[in-house]
Ligand binder design. Sequence first.
Ligand SMILES: Nc1ncnc2c1ncn2[C@@H]1O[C@H](COP(=O)(O)OP(=O)(O)OP(=O)(O)O)[C@@H](O)[C@H]1O
Ligand SMILES: [Mg+2]
Length: 251
Amino acid sequence: MMDTILKTIDLTKKYDNKTVVDNLNIEIKEGEVFGLLGPNGAGKSTTMNMICNLVKPDFGSVEFMGKDYAKNKKKLSRNLGYIPQNLAIHGSLKAWENVELFTSLYGIKGEQLKERIDESLEYVGLSERRNDYAKTFSGGMKRRLNIACAIGHHPKLLIFDEPTVGIDPQSRNFILEKIKESNKNGTTVIYTSHYMEEVEAICTRIAIMDNGKVIASGTSEQLKKLVTDDISEITLEEVFLTLTGKKLRDL
Ligand SMILES: Nc1ncnc2c1ncn2[C@@H]1O[C@H](COP(=O)(O)OP(=O)(O)OP(=O)(O)O)[C@@H](O)[C@H]1O
Ligand SMILES: [Mg+2]
């Protein structure tokens, strides 16, 4: 039996009277790589932002490590790492300074801080560019630095929101391998992506979200079985199209 690390309870958000996250109840078990798939506007980022307590829900709550996260953020935030879809890095700081800024927020300092900066830049393949200003980076490099900034404090749960957009295939594979490695070493992962093949490659469980609701969840195999008995005949992409009536890759 795996323990629950994170749970959303009736999580709800409205913007201008439109419900964008609708009474959402998801449960993430320790050790999972939980994938969230959904078309543009499904409410994925809003959900992640509420989970991380950056957007206040209109209703509902988030339980993290057995406690209400909003009420225990000070104590619990060191266990959470968030790679937001909108880049959080500072252009006027060098790569290593960006990682230092974010990592030191969690009270890590001195020799350990130096080690964590090196390790995080290595993780995303940016060691060679450590002394360059973030504003001089390409889009893909900025995205990789964005990841480095969220991992230096060794969180128990890592939340990735579209981490590989604009990253070349080689670096994407590199990052996917790193995420798998982190997971093997005990990190739980929530992963949002438009790349079906990525989600299928790394996620142990997948939820399909549309119009603020999870409409199906399970392993890739279980999701395929919802649509057909002969699962060798269908791709996850086709399952997604059947269940939502939308193409995921039409961006
Ligand atoms: N700050 C905001 N103010 C008003 N509306 C917002 C705000 N943030 C999100 N929305 C709306 O909420 C809905 C869900 O947006 P969200 O960013 O959560 O979707 P998403 O699933 O992450 O989409 P994408 O795949 O494009 O990243 C959209 O209709 C969006 O326009
Ligand atoms: Mg989003």
